[in-house]
Design a protein around this ligand. Structure first.
Ligand code: NAD
Length: 262
C-alpha cells in the first residue's frame, strides 16, 4: 500500500510528550521522516527507539523553544540532516499552576506564556520563513479548549492558549499568499494519565466554587460536563492532526478544531 506522507519531513515539538509522540508515530507510520524536538536528550533517545519499524529517517534535537537562537539552530539542523520541513506540529507546552487570578504566581505566568505562546511563535517563525521560500508547507499548532473557553484557575494557560488560537488565525492570513496553511487543535480532557491526575488534583486544591476539594470527585464533575461523558484517548488526536497537515484539508486554514467530546 502507498503511504500518503512518503518522502515528506515533519518537525514535531514536545515530541517526547504524550501528544507529540503519538502524532510523530502516526506521521512516521504514514511514511513521513520525522524530527523529534524536546528539552531532554535522554527522553528523546528513549522515544526514538519506537520508530525503527516505520523505516523512515528519525532525528532528535534538543531545544528550548523559549530561546529563538536555539530554535533557529534546531530547524537548521532538521533541514540539513533530514530535509526541507513540509509539516510542522507545533506542540510543546506546559500547563502551569492552578490558582485564582488574584493569587496566580507571577513568575509562573511568565513561564507559561514564554513556553506556550512565545515558544509557539518562535517555532512558527523559524519554520515558516523557510516554507515561504519553497511556497509549500502545512502547520498545526496545539492550542487547547482552554484557548476557546477560559477555564477557572488557569490564567496563564488559558490566556496563552487563546493567544495560540489568535496566532493561528493571523499566521494563516500572513502565510496564505505563500501557499502555506496554518491550523490548530484544541484538545480537552485527555486521559487517564499524569496530565489528567495533575489537573484534577490541582483544581481540587484551589478550593474554589467550581470543583470539589476531592480530586476523585473533580474527575466525575469534569467528565459530567462532557457531552460524550468520557475522557479523550491520546490516540484520538493523531488522525485529526494528520488530516489537517494533509491535502485532504487543502481548503482549510486558520481554524482551531476542538477534540473535546462535544
Ligand atoms: P506532555 O507534558 O506529555 O508533553 C509536553 C512536552 O513539551 C514535554 O515533553 C515537554 O518536555 C515539552 N516541552 C515543555 N517545555 C518545552 C520547551 N520550553 N521547549 C521544548 N519542549 C518543551 O503533555 P501533552 O499532553 O503531550 O501536551 C502537548 C500539548 O498539548 C501541549 O501544548 C499541551 O498544552 C496541549 N494540551 C494537552 C492536553 C492534555 O490533556 N494532555 C489538553 C489540551 C492541550
Amino acid at each position: 500500500d502507498t503511504k500518503r506522507f512518503a518522502g515528506k519531513t515533519a518537525l514535531v515539538t514536545g515530541a517526547a510528550g504524550n501528544i507529540g509522540l503519538a502524532v510523530a508515530r502516526r506521521l512516521a507510520k504514514e511514511g513521513s521522516h520525522v524530527v523529534l524536538l524536546d528539552l531532554d536528550q535522554a527522553k528523546l533517545d528513549d522515544v526514538a527507539k519506537g520508530f525503527a519499524e516505520h523505516g523512515v529517517k528519525v532525528k532528535t534535537v534538543v531545544c528550548d523553544v523559549t530561546n529563538y537562537a536555539s530554535v533557529e539552530e534546531a530547524v537548521e539542523y532538521a533541514e540539513k540532516t533530514v530535509g526541507p520541513i513540509d509539516f510542522l506540529f507545533n506542540n510543546a507546552g506546559y500547563q502551569g499552576a492552578f490558582a485564582p487570578v488574584q493569587d496566580y504566581p507571577v513568575e509562573d505566568f511568565q513561564r507559561v506564556v514564554n513556553i506556550d505562546l512565545v515558544g509557539a511563535f518562535h517555532v512558527l517563525r523559524a519554520v515558516s520563513r523557510r516554507m515561504v521560500e519553497r511556497r509549500s508547507g502545512s502547520i498545526v499548532n496545539t492550542a487547547s479548549m482552554a484557548g476557546l473557553q477560559g477555564p477557572p484557575n488557569m490564567a496563564a494557560y488559558g490566556s496563552s492558549k487563546f493567544g495560540v488560537v489568535g496566532l493561528t488565525q493571523v499566521a494563516s492570513k500572513d502565510l496564505a499568499p505563500h501557499n502555506i496553511r496554518v491550523n490548530g487543535i484544541a484538545p480537552a480532557l485527555m486521559g487517564p494519565g499524569f496530565m489528567w491526575d495533575r489537573q484534577t488534583e490541582l483544581q481540587a486544591a484551589t478550593n474554589t466554587q467550581y470543583f470539589s476539594t476531592d480530586p476523585e470527585k473533580v474527575k466525575v464533575e469534569m467528565v459530567a460536563g462532557v457531552p460524550m461523558r468520557r475522557l479523550g484517548d491520546i490516540e484520538e488526536i493523531p488522525g485529526t492532526v494528520a488530516f489537517l497537515l494533509s491535502e485532504d484539508s487543502s481548503y482549510i486554514t486558520g481554524v482551531t478544531l476542538p477534540i473535546s467530546g462535544g
